[in-house]
Write a protein of this length. Structure first.
Lengths: 443, 233
């Protein structure tokens, strides 16, 4: 099957959800096409094996949008997804999230783990993650990050998985999401109110999620999950049932879905898409602003900017923290997936610009004075995403002014690194100082 | 370690051209032509770095300057820029105020614009001989002080100086108007054949004037006879 066929199927899934299951306004434009950010980013998360944090008011489709995407993209009956979700509440335990000892066998002196559905299923949904106490968030860090789930002395590794977590806005029952956890999310997106007219339509179709139910397949899959087979064997058996569910979807709803091998082929193609030089240089420029400090060598959350610093016009001045190494990976993989979905041969600045705010919003810790200045500005996004969009716009403007100069500096950097006797290119932006540092010169 | 700039190994430098770049390039090109012309004049006229203001020398230098400036196109603002280029001695080898003034006069006389404004307040050197042979219909307005022989041999036109001028202002002028807002030195109007010199400040001394008028603060001081030539007052 060609990539065009795969793309057609994935676009079919997107359109089906848009037309029948998740009604919302488009709020993201790329190359003349409009998408709803929550839906498209969930789809990219599924394709990318990524991790998405969906925020929003209660009842605006945070969890259900993830369920629809997970169900159709991974051919998993929605009932099984419901049964595998972890809900965030203070009494949540490791035994309910990851696994528990087989008590029967334990009585007989044998240690064996009964893995939770959540640990085994490739589509993982944590509902209201910020209701999990901070100590309990730490329990799932490794599993969220690498797909490694450990209990007692046993471990299962998810080869293919994606994670959706939802979070309500802060109220009395919520906790903060711990910094290492928040950084593990590739993107954050808001599931917005669709507006009264579309909301009225939502009310007209009460039973819409029932159409993704298939009791027979759900029971079979639950049986496999509960069995004592090895995880690999379970996955193989699971795939057969999922293929059957795919046939069911095609017959009942006329929607074509993709199997494990198809998803692997898509993922391989996505990860091979190259970033063009503008996308590459623009990303470097942004990363420089998020990690640079002239005075202290790099941005650190424990150090404050010096009064009268030359670099007050850049993001480093308004931020408290430094960008993590997960950020460039998130930017790259999501922009690659977006470029693939649109049908572009390589990743350009447009794709990067579209996904960047969503990869940044949850990772940027702004200074109080900056937040105070911006708080009352008119906006159409949650504050975090608004600030991230504003930041990306600013960096892009700066990039526009010096794109050729920066690419030239990077090209010269390549030659100097190779040993040629050249002067690195100077410029008034942190990125030029960072280039010099990489060439062993004082920035 | 892997070269972190590897993605840019095949990138060929291509600076984006913005309108300002092309303007600067064009200005640079013009300035280079003006400067070369001046150097040519110097090669011919100042072989020993000594230049005396003599009737024949001035005519010869101007004839050559005329020939040079006709060879390229320039604008009025380029003349002002050239004055500052002259002032920065690292760019042009010799600033000799005589040939420089002749050359700048030729540039003014052959400029396409009828009115030329030269803002020379920040010039460290005072240029001599500016306004030489200024033709009918041309106006040169200078902000800043000028040196000796300002407006000599003027053939018409108007030379306005917002500042001072030194000795021999208007010497040998045939026609036209010289307006100096502040003071001028000795020998004003030496061998002047016609035209008018208006001085807002004081005239230190008049030269041997043949014809024409000299005003000091709106009062005619020549042809009235109450001031002696070269009399200090």
């Amino acid at each position: 099957m060609t990539q065009d066929h795969y793309r057609e199927k994935i676009r079919g899934i997107h359109d089906f959800i848009k037309e029948n299951l998740y009604f919302n306004r488009p709020d993201l434009e790329i190359k003349g096409e409009t998408f709803n950010s929550a839906l498209i980013l969930s789809l990219l998360t599924g394709l990318n094996r990524g991790k998405e944090l969906i925020i929003g008011e209660p009842g605006l489709g945070k969890t259900t949008s993830a369920e629809y995407v997970g169900s159709l993209l991974y051919r998993i009956p929605i009932g099984l997804i419901w049964g595998s979700e972890v809900s965030g509440h203070p009494e949540q335990t490791e035994e309910k999230i990851i696994g528990r000892p087989d008590l029967g066998k334990l009585n007989r002196g044998t240690e064996e783990v009964v893995w939770s559905h959540f640990a085994q299923i490739p589509v993982k949904i944590v509902d209201e993650i910020n209701r999990l106490p901070e100590t309990k968030q730490s329990m799932i860090l490794d599993g969220v990050d690498r797909g490694n789930w450990e209990y007692l002395n046993e471990m299962i590794i998810n080869e293919e998985y994606c994670l959706f977590a939802t979070a309500n806005y802060q109220d009395r029952g919520t906790n903060t999401i711990i910094a290492p956890m928040i950084d593990r999310f590739d993107v954050v997106v808001e599931s917005r109110h669709p507006g009264p007219n579309i909301a009225y339509l939502v009310g007209k179709f009460n039973e819409k999620d029932r159409i993704l139910r298939n009791s027979k397949a759900e029971k079979s899959l639950q049986k496999i999950f509960k069995s004592k087979l090895s995880y690999q064997t379970k996955l193989r058996q699971m795939e057969e049932i999922c293929d059957g569910y795919g046939e069911f979807l095609k017959k009942k709803l006329g929607i074509e879905t993709v199997g494990l091998q198809d998803r692997k082929a898509i993922h391989a193609k996505i990860s091979r898409l190259e970033l063009d030089l503008d996308a590459n240089a623009f990303t470097r420029m942004l990363l420089a602003e998020l990690s640079f400090c002239y005075k202290y060598g790099q941005k650190r959350s424990i150090e404050n900017c010096e009064e009268g610093c030359h670099f007050t016009g850049y993001l480093c001045h308004d931020l408290r923290n430094c960008a993590s190494n997960r950020l460039p990976t998130s930017i790259k993989t999501y922009s690659q997936a977006l470029a693939w979905l649109i049908g572009d041969a390589e990743v350009g600045v447009e794709h990067i610009k579209a996904v960047m705010p969503y990869t940044l919003a949850h990772r940027m810790q702004w200074k109080e004075e900056y937040l105070s200045n911006k708080e009352k500005e008119k906006r159409d996004n949650p504050f975090q995403i608004y600030l991230a969009k504003d930041a990306v716009r600013g960096v892009f403007n700066r990039y526009g002014e010096q794109s050729e100069h920066l690419k030239n500096a990077l090209a010269v950097g390549y030659r100097v690194f190779k040993g040629e006797d050249l002067e690195p290119v100077d410029g008034d932006h942190p990125v030029y100082f960072e280039i010099k540092k990489d060439l062993g010169m004082e920035g | 370690m892997q070269n972190p700039f590897d993605d840019f190994r095949n990138h060929r430098t291509r600076e984006r051209e913005i309108p300002l770049d092309s303007i600067i390039q064009s200005r640079d090109r013009v300035m280079s032509q003006i400067t070369k012309g001046y150097e040519k004049l110097l090669e011919e006229e100042v072989k020993e770095l000594v230049w005396l203001v003599q009737y024949n020398t001035v005519i010869k230098a101007y004839t050559l300057a005329e020939k040079v400036v006709k060879e390229f196109e320039y604008k009025a603002e380029d003349i002002e820029e050239f004055c500052y280029e002259l002032d920065s001695t690292d760019k042009i080898p010799y600033l000799i105020t005589g040939p420089a003034g002749i050359y700048i006069s030729a540039l003014c006389n052959y400029a396409q614009e009828e009115e030329i404004i030269l803002k020379l307040n920040d010039l460290k050197t005072q240029i001599n001989l500016l306004g030489y042979r200024l033709p009918v219909g041309k106006k040169v307005a200078v902000e800043g002080n000028l040196g000796d022989f300002t407006g000599i041999g003027m053939e018409g036109g108007e030379l306005v100086v917002e500042g001072n001028a030194k000795n021999y202002t208007g010497a040998g002028m045939k026609s036209g108007i010289v307006r100096i807002s502040k003071n001028i030195g000795l020998h004003t109007g030496e061998w002047m054949m016609g035209g008018e010199i208006f001085v807002g400040g004081r005239v230190r001394g008049l030269g041997k004037i043949v014809d024409g008028k000299v005003y000091e603060d709106d009062k005619v001081i020549y042809p009235r006879n109450y001031r002696q030539s070269n009399a200090y007052y």
